[in-house]
Design a protein around this ligand. Structure first.
Ligand SMILES: C[S@@+](CC[C@H](N)C(=O)[O-])C[C@H]1O[C@@H](n2cnc3c(N)ncnc32)[C@H](O)[C@@H]1O
Ligand SMILES: [Zn+2]
Ligand SMILES: [Zn+2]
Ligand SMILES: [Zn+2]
Length: 890
């Protein structure tokens, strides 16, 4: 392809708003709120756990800024005001306004299009793909713009969760509610009969509901045999209501739950007068337990191995009494904590017996063993080997009463006739597994039950908490509470709204007429099996990142339960575990290294490139931690014929980034197909990069309220764009520079931030017949000063003429020579080059100087000089072989 054709091709592809500018300030403002209140902002995403979900607002904004372009006409879009399904009149925003807004997006002001963020915008004839859909955020958001969307994920659980999110918009809420009432009638009492406790207010005349049962693991002392309960401290929960400055603690003397003023100080039990410091339990850092009788210290996992397990003791319950509530007793008496009594222990035994006899229910719990893996076994990733905690089968994560309750409920769900309703019940069922397992604990400061995946691994607690599966009026994580979340999600999917912030004020639009999930398709597969060619306008995705989360292992927790109902319904649900080997992730257990991950990401990019149209766009979120992995990614994108066109930071506080530290943050990367790469010298590319960085920074500093680190990230994207046009063709001396080397240089350039006199001089030298105006233009985007350039004799004026001085200029050479004599360290590479050139022409020796000067930097400048002037003496004088240095310049 000729150069002309090349530039035509890139001209022919119109620039997308997201390449011109992206309102990260506005997106981050909403993302922060959404992150804290997902269930209010987008309840569709809180119907079921998927790990590392991205905020919906981010994908909404990416979609809006990626699918429209300069060629969009009023016939390609429809703008509706939420609430009424009608195009806007003169007082609102119309199709015309949208088309204008697209063209107005710029780096210094990307907000024209942002006006449409809270509008019901429909975009015609576009098709997007998310090959790593996970929890389906990109598909849900794309579907709201009316575009066709296709999603793929390797993991069957992700597939099921996303499928149900996308179907929710076509699901009838009333039918769901009726079905739930039936389930409640059929099994709620069956379950809750085992979650009752004598009400402490009336000497056991009536029962209260149990919200949570508190268990503690016990091990024998290896030395004296004393039974040691594994309490790190004796906190049960923070005081409530009139006692909210106090703490409920367990008395190790009598086992009562007693209120103390300060759990870290010496306290006295108000039941038995026992004196103790609630802070001081029997478990110490590093996983040891200490015998209170003989002082023996032993590792907990060794103790478990030696004794073939541990015992579990029920020590307290949190109760809620409906009757006392209705009799308007004090809050602190109808809801609180108490010691576990004989009746409580007996009730558990009854449940256990029922579970043992009800073998008909046993098919409703998993029979798989926990598979060994990087987070279940190899401690390098999680540090919590579950097998050392005596867990072997998935059912070991539950007690008999939980298994009984869960199997009763799942059995009933299986009986539900409507497939759609059955699946929402199942989805809610597995979501409640987050809080209905012995793998969760209670936060005694916040009085909340933790989600099993708080740490994205399986972390067996010393003090497991047993939730009431069906649930009662108070408490969280029960099936009934999760069902409310499902209903909210389905309602939202039927009539989604948009929350937005205008001048600091929170607003919510009326419901959009278009439900979520129309024209979406999802598949469970390895994305590398996608065969689409030239089909998609955009790939919008959030790919895996090294060993960030081992999805397959955590997802198994839900999979083994879901498959009980789904194994005959859908492919992929008849295995023992979710796919491992094809999962793109660093996994030490499978000996999959960072290099394997990088290789597989490369394969993924090749598939994505093929699926995209030539004028399509790839927009994805990624993590940034260091130069190394960035170089890899850039290399991989370029190798697969992508050009990076922009990068944006998506969380704040990036000041360390420009401080030069390796720092983690999340980023949006925009890339587009490119056909071939044009040759360029590193020198001239470097100057372009420096110039681009400076211009970008200046524009952003002038017009936007962004932190320096945010600006650095945007600069980086624009610099990558300069590089990616020339990948594989960047010549430096006789070498070709790699993407990694360039990334390193780009970092340096952004972090140093300076574009000094030398860069301006070389840029002017490259221009044809530069003028004083040109000088000013270049100075504007630089850190160079006219005064300094004059002092350095880099230019002079003759009357009205502007003259750039070269090495042969008398005053320039005199300046350079005096600098060399002074030898005070502020000699620039350009000074050195001019000095050497003079000596070279005079046939004087240069070797003593070449030996002491940094030749890399010098060579860069000499290459620049040679290139700008067409005079390769600048290189010959350094002894560089000049036969390889002919490059095309565009
Ligand atoms: C970062 S997550 C996506 C999260 C998603 N954006 C969200 O907001 O919920 C990456 C996904 O890639 C999936 N994945 C890993 N290897 C894959 C492969 N070979 N093919 C398809 N999906 C894969 C994982 O199962 C995981 O769900
Ligand atoms: Zn002992
Ligand atoms: Zn006591
Ligand atoms: Zn009561």
């Amino acid at each position: 392809m000729s150069e002309q054709e090349q530039s035509k091709r890139s001209e022919g592809r119109s620039e997308l708003p997201i390449e011109s500018g992206f309102p990260i300030e506005r997106v981050n403002e909403i993302a922060e709120k959404e992150g804290r209140a997902k269930q209010w902002y987008r309840p569709i995403y809180t119907m079921h756990k998927w790990w590392a979900r991205r905020p919906g607002c981010l994908f909404r904004a990416i979609t809006l800024y990626s699918l429209l372009d300069d060629e969009t006409t009023i016939d390609d879009v429809d703008v509706y005001e939420p609430g009424e399904n009608q195009t806007l009149g003169s007082n609102g925003l119309s199709n015309d306004d949208l088309v204008d807004a697209i063209r107005e997006v710029s780096m210094d002001d990307p907000e024209s299009l942002w006006d449409f963020y809270p509008k019901d915008v429909r975009i015609k004839d576009k098709k997007i793909l998310d090959p790593f859909m996970g929890g389906g955020t990109s598909l849900v958001e794309a579907s709201r713009f009316g575009v066709d969307s296709v999603g793929v994920d390797l993991n069957p659980v992700a597939w099921f969760v996303t499928k149900k999110q996308l179907e929710a918009g076509q699901t009838d809420v009333e039918e769901l509610e009726e079905a739930f009432e039936q389930v409640k009638e059929d099994v709620a009492d069956e379950i809750t009969q085992y979650y009752r406790t004598p009400c402490p207010n009336c000497d056991g005349e009536h029962d209260a509901d149990v919200m949570y049962n508190f268990w503690v693991k016990e091990l024998d002392c290896v030395s004296c045999g004393h039974t040691v309960p594994l309490f790190k401290d004796y906190r049960v929960a923070a005081g409530r209501f009139e006692n909210d400055d106090k703490h409920n603690v367990l008395c190790p003397g009598c086992g009562a739950v007693t209120l103390v003023d300060d759990w870290q100080e010496e306290s006295e039990c108000d039941k038995c007068d026992h004196e103790f410091v609630p802070k001081e339990g029997n478990v110490s850092r590093g996983g040891y337990y200490n015998c209170p009788e003989c002082g023996q210290k032993e590792s907990i996992t060794d103790g478990i191995a030696e004794q073939g397990g541990y015992d579990l003791r029920l020590y307290a319950v949190e109760y809620y009494c409906k009757e006392c509530d209705q009799q308007e007793l004090e809050k602190s008496s109808y809801k609180g904590y108490k010691k576990a009594e004989a009746a409580d222990k007996q009730l558990f035994e009854e449940a256990k017996r029922e579970w043992e006899t009800r073998t008909d229910l046993h098919e409703y719990v998993p029979d798989e063993e926990i598979a060994k893996g990087a987070i279940t076994a190899a401690s390098s990733v999680s540090g919590n080997d579950v097998f050392q905690h005596n867990l072997k089968d998935w059912t070991d994560m539950f007690n008999s009463r939980q298994l009984l309750s869960l199997s009763k409920l799942l059995n009933r769900i299986d009986d539900e006739k409507s497939r759609d309703i059955r699946e929402y019940l199942l989805l809610t069922f597995t979501e409640s597994l987050n809080y209905n397992t012995l793998m969760t604990s209670y936060n005694p400061g916040k009085n909340l039950i933790a989600n099993i995946f708080n740490t994205n691994s399986f972390d067996a607690p010393q003090r497991p908490i047993e939730n009431n599966l069906w649930g009662t009026k108070h408490g969280s994580g029960s099936f009934a509470a999760m069902w409310d979340m499902t209903i909210r999600g389905v309602e939202y999917a039927n009539s989604p709204t948009e929350r937005h912030i205008d001048n600091g004020e929170n607003n919510e639009t009326p419901a959009f007429a278009q439900p979520i999930g129309l024209n979406s398709e999802v598949y469970q597969d390895d994305m590398r099996n996608i065969t689409a060619e030239d089909e998609y306008d955009a790939v919008i995705t959030d790919p895996p990142y090294y060993d960030n989360i081992i999805y397959s292992e955590v997802a198994d927790y839900f999979y083994v339960w879901q498959k009980i109902l789904l194994k005959d319904e859908y492919p992929g649900f008849d295995e023992d575990k979710t796919p491992r080997a094809e999962s793109i992730v660093t996994n030490p257990y499978l000996d999959k290294t960072a290099e394997d991950f990088e290789h597989e990401m490369g394969e993924a990019l090749a598939v994505i490139r093929q699926a995209l149209k030539d004028d399509g766009i790839l927009a994805f979120t990624y993590h940034h931690s260091d130069e190394e992995s960035w170089g890899e990614l850039l290399e991989s994108l370029c190798e697969n014929d992508f050009e990076i066109t922009a990068t944006y930071p998506i969380n704040s506080d990036l000041n360390k980034f420009i401080g030069g530290e390796a720092v983690s943050f999340d980023i949006v990367i925009v890339a587009r197909p490119v056909e071939d790469h044009r040759p360029i010298s590193w020198n001239s590319l470097r100057r372009r990069i420096v110039r681009t960085a400076a211009e970008t920074r200046e524009t952003l500093e002038e017009s936007r309220d962004l932190a320096a680190g945010d600006i650095g990230v945007i600069e980086m994207g624009k610099c990558f764009q300069e590089y990616s046009k020339h990948h594989g063709e960047v010549h430096r001396g006789s070498d070709i520079m790699t993407a990694k080397e360039v990334v390193q240089k780009i970092y340096g350039i952004i972090q140093d931030n300076t574009r000094g006199e030398q860069a301006v001089y070389l840029d002017l030298l490259e221009a044809y017949n530069p003028s004083y105006d040109d000088l000013n233009k270049h100075l504007k985007h630089s850190d160079a000063a006219e005064e300094t350039m004059k002092e350095m004799h880099l230019f002079r004026t003759e009357g009205n003429d502007f003259v750039l001085c070269d090495w042969a200029d008398e005053k320039r050479q005199a300046y350079v020579q005096s600098k060399v004599q002074e030898d005070n360290g502020d000699l620039t590479a350009l000074d050195k080059a001019h000095f050497l050139r003079y000596r070279f022409e005079q046939d004087k020796s240069t070797s003593e100087y070449l030996e002491q000067w940094d030749t890399d930097e010098l060579q860069d400048v000499c290459e620049g000089l040679a290139e700008a002037t067409g005079d390769d003496t600048y290189l010959k004088m350094l002894g560089v072989d000049t036969s390889l240095l002919e490059f095309a310049e565009d």
